[in-house]
Design a protein around this ligand. Structure first.
Ligand SMILES: C[S@@+](CC[C@H](N)C(=O)[O-])C[C@H]1O[C@@H](n2cnc3c(N)ncnc32)[C@H](O)[C@@H]1O
Length: 273
């Protein structure tokens, strides 16, 4: 596993879902990390919780549950929907939902770890054999994004697209972040898009400031891209439904268990649902 670099965040947020499996509805979260690496991932999470905030399990599970519900509805509308997940990390959507085809995109090291773990979990019978294409690429590269668009169009072969960028765009420079948000629409103008993001109004949030310090120590890029709902609507050319952590808590928990000032202010934007 990685203790530093942006790839380390894939382990961190997977552990967040594993600690809150019922809310996240991700029964596979605990299985993505091999037994030999689990204690190191838990230790990294505990260190993050101590230094930054103790509620990443809540924030990541709320956003994951929101994505899961939007994707469930997309499949209900059309069971042929193809999932395209950018910065997929160790998310489980292609295995916990009945997608007939899915594409998972991430940096090479994470794609290699995911492919290997898929092989191992299939061998033990924990996951089924699903049609998932894993693509290793750096989404900050314009030519790589264009190549991805062409490749996904071929895979989708005219089927509807559900595009997800969860826990990704704030790590990218502003221009790349906007281009990634628009990738689903670039593949198919009717695509459903689900993107999590940090609102510009929260740029001075104290938990984000603490996270920036932790990122610096762990060589995760510190320069975050913040966005507004209007930015997202402008990129996508359509109305966006915005879900804040407090709104998600009210909907999924029936109350605000932890106020937003104590949480990473991660919103989930949905367009085309
Ligand atoms: C916070 S994790 C989120 C992972 C997953 N979406 C989840 O919610 O569990 C961020 C992910 O984005 C990936 N990532 C960051 N920068 C990237 C880039 N330039 N190109 C492709 N993937 C990237 C990381 O490797 C990591 O898997």
């Amino acid at each position: 596993m990685r203790h530093s670099g942006v790839e380390a965040t894939a382990y961190l947020v997977n552990e967040s879902r594993a600690r809150c499996g019922e809310l996240a509805r991700d029964p596979l979260a605990v299985d993505w990390i091999p037994a030999s690496e689990r204690s190191a991932v838990r230790a990294l999470w505990d260190e993050f919780a101590e230094a930054v905030y103790a509620h990443d399990d809540l924030v990541v599970s709320l956003r994951g549950r929101c994505v899961l519900e939007v994707l469930t509805e997309a499949l209900r509308r059309d069971p042929d929907t193809v999932l395209v997940s950018c910065g997929a990390g160790f998310t489980s959507y292609p295995w916990v939902l009945p997608f007939r085809a899915a594409v998972e995109v991430d940096l090479p090291e994470i794609i290699q770890a995911k492919r290997q773990r898929v092989t191992e979990l299939r061998a033990t019978g924990l996951i089924d054999d699903r049609d998932v294409t894993h693509i290793a690429t750096d989404l900050t590269s314009g030519p790589a994004r264009q190549e991805l668009v062409e490749r996904v169009r071929t895979i989708a072969a005219g089927r509807p697209i559900a595009f997800v960028a969860e826990g990704l765009v704030y790590y990218l420079p502003p221009q790349a972040a906007r281009a990634v948000i628009g990738l689903g629409a670039a593949i198919d103008p009717d695509a459903l898009t689900v993107v999590s993001y940090w609102p510009r109004a929260a740029a001075a949030h104290p938990v984000l400031a603490a996270q920036t310090r932790w990122f610096r120590e762990h060589r995760v890029p510190e320069d975050a891209t913040y966005l507004t709902v209007d930015d997202l609507s402008a990129v996508l050319g359509r109305r966006v439904d915005d879900n804040s952590p407090e709104q998600l808590q009210r909907r999924l928990l029936g109350k605000v268990a932890v106020p937003e000032r104590e949480l990473i202010p991660e919103h989930v934007a949905v367009a085309g649902a």
